[in-house]
Design a protein around this ligand. Structure first.
Ligand code: C2O
Length: 550
């Protein structure tokens, strides 16, 4: 295993998209940012220098960060933001995970443009579990994203001020480009050169802020072999559904007639009442020209499911199986039931708010709408308090294990009182090593939507998913305890539920949130405080000397 050093300079760069030129935040002037490539077991040392005009942090999405919580990145959760002119060095090891992860800013909506791929290959001498054990001929990171003509920070600031829903993006992108269906976009269209007969590994990342995506490649079958840096049993499909935060690795054999083939992605918009970006982004796979090619004709756009095709979205995600038998404990120490959903706050008297009927949009888990601290991070406060359960004024350890009221979660038109979450900075305290089972139940209090729930610091098994209200009496029979997929982000089906399990073996403070940034902005988040296995924080390293202060 190697130690790799990188420098990420966060700074503005000028880019032109959709005929307009704009200054955006980038890492090292690149958009998308640099790809970090490691072998499993490598240590990464990344110095982040903030030469931009906003506070920033960098999160290594999906990296386990075993006992390295100071390097996880979510602002005000594990660290204070890096202020303009300052720097901070992230130090961690990428161990026990192979496939594709990514990194992104974890401050406000900076991740719209501050993101990049993290490619994790098997360590030297360890074979790939596909393609006969050999590395595929080419490995291609494909980052799906969203582009706003406005500065995304201003988009979210405006929404936060007014309480209204933020503007949807102006176009979807592949590796930062809308593709040639859009004006002024032909020249920049992302093009991948492929060779006839070769098998390539496409490493898809959904870095879009607010859009779940269907993805198809014209004329070719994709075989899924991994998701969120965990291998899956090979699954052949013509369409992928990838939620924000998730990654999907697929093998494609380029065995079709020489030519150019479109890759296309478009929204899966599970909430039909909510406006969404309905654009289609494209990239081109090009076999290269030869004298006997007919590739001058324009390629065909692959067929994508309708935006509201929940059946296809769900059948894709529930078809994924772990490659190997799961290592699951036979008992559960903590059985948690969390509702995830959208609600509304009343507008303060005399104010005018932009939400429905003069309200502000809010979102919650178990009716608690998460509020970030501002004077320090939760992990810093926890450490400074010698591992105390709470720090007055920063956080409290009273996050509820169950929702405050039981009701028909997926019914519409529930009482107005249920619309209103309670703001708070609450963590749920877990004993070191506890076997945790968590039912994530979507609600339809205001609108039902597929919520991609991401847990920091852990991978979890997804035992089952379903529609309607989770019913322990009958749904336990649906648990896959044999080969459930392991992920870090689970799409809780629209008007439905998902059950996950993990062992709390990583001490620290770990954020869990909806990876639709509009929902995290509204408070659809909470954090687990996992106790140290040795004694109060004895084996958690002291904060690094360059850890930012607030
Ligand atoms: Cu990819 Cu907390 O995020």
């Amino acid at each position: 295993a190697k130690e790799q050093c990188h420098e990420f300079v966060v700074k503005e760069a000028t880019v032109t998209r959709l005929c307009g030129t704009r200054r955006i935040m980038t890492v090292n002037g690149q958009f998308p940012g640099p790809t970090v490539e490691v072998a499993e077991g490598d240590a990464l040392i990344v110095r982040v220098v903030n030469r931009g005009s906003y506070n920033v942090t960098v999160h290594w999405h999906g990296v386990r960060q075993m006992r390295t919580g100071w390097s996880d990145g979510p602002e005000f959760v594990t660290q204070c933001p890096i202020r303009p002119g300052n720097s901070y060095t992230y130090r961690f090891t990428v161990a026990g995970q192979e496939g594709t992860l990514w990194w992104h800013a974890h401050s406000s909506w900076l991740r719209a443009t501050v993101h990049g791929a993290l490619v994790i290959r098997p360590r030297a001498g360890v074979p790939y579990p596909f393609n006969g054990g050999k590395p595929p001929a080419r490995e291609i990171p494909i980052i799906l994203g969203e582009w706003w003509n406005m500065n995304p920070i201003d988009v979210v600031r405006t929404a936060t001020r007014t309480g209204a829903a933020p503007n949807i993006s102006d176009v979807l992108t592949v590796n930062g480009q809308p593709g040639d269906l859009y004006k002024c976009s032909s020249n920049g269209t992302t093009t991948f050169a492929v060779k006839s007969g070769e098998t390539n590994l496409l490493r898809f990342i959904n870095a879009a802020l607010n859009t779940e995506l269907f993805v198809s490649l014209a004329g070719h079958t994709m075989t899924v072999v991994g998701a969120d840096a965990s291998y899956t049993k090979p699954y052949a499909t013509s369409v992928l559904m990838i939620a924000p935060g998730q990654t999907t690795d697929v093998l494609v054999t380029f065995d079709q007639a020489r030519g150019r083939y479109y890759l296309a992605a478009r929204a899966y918009a599970s909430a039909q009442a909510v406006p969404f970006d309905n654009t289609t982004t494209t990239a081109i796979f090009d076999y290269g020209t030869t004298t006997n090619t007919t590739s001058t004709s324009s390629p065909a756009i692959p067929t994508l499911p309708a935006y509201n095709d929940t059946a296809t979205a769900t059948s894709f995600t529930t078809s994924l199986r772990g490659l190997r038998k799961a290592e699951l404990p036979t008992h559960v120490d903590e059985s948690l039931f969390f509702t995830v959903g959208i609600g509304l706050f009343n507008c303060s008297s005399g104010q005018t708010c932009g939400g429905p009927n003069n309200t502000r949009f809010a979102a919650s888990i178990n009716n608690v709408s998460f509020v970030l601290p501002s004077t320090t991070s939760i992990l810093q406060a926890h450490y400074a308090g010698g591992g105390a359960a709470s720090t007055p004024g920063v956080f409290t350890a009273d996050f509820p294990a169950n929702p405050p009221v039981q009701f028909d979660y997926t019914a519409q038109n529930v009482s107005r009182a249920l619309w209103q979450p309670v703001p708070g900075t609450k963590v749920y305290r877990l004993k070191y090593g506890a076997a945790v089972q968590l039912v994530l139940q979507g609600t339809n209090v205001l609108a039902a939507e597929n919520h991609p729930i991401h847990l920091h610091g852990y991978d979890f098994y997804i035992l089952a998913e379903g529609f309607g209200n989770f019913d322990a009496a009958t749904d336990v029979a649906k648990f896959n305890l044999d080969d459930p997929p392991m992920r870090n982000t689970v799409g809780v089906p629209v008007n439905g539920w998902a059950v996950i399990r993990f062992i709390a073996d990583n001490p620290g403070v770990w954020l869990m949130h909806c990876h639709l940034d509009v929902h995290i902005t509204w408070g659809l988040a909470m954090a687990f405080l996992v106790e140290d296995g040795v004694g109060e924080l004895e084996s958690l390293e002291a904060p690094p000397s360059d850890l930012p202060v607030c």
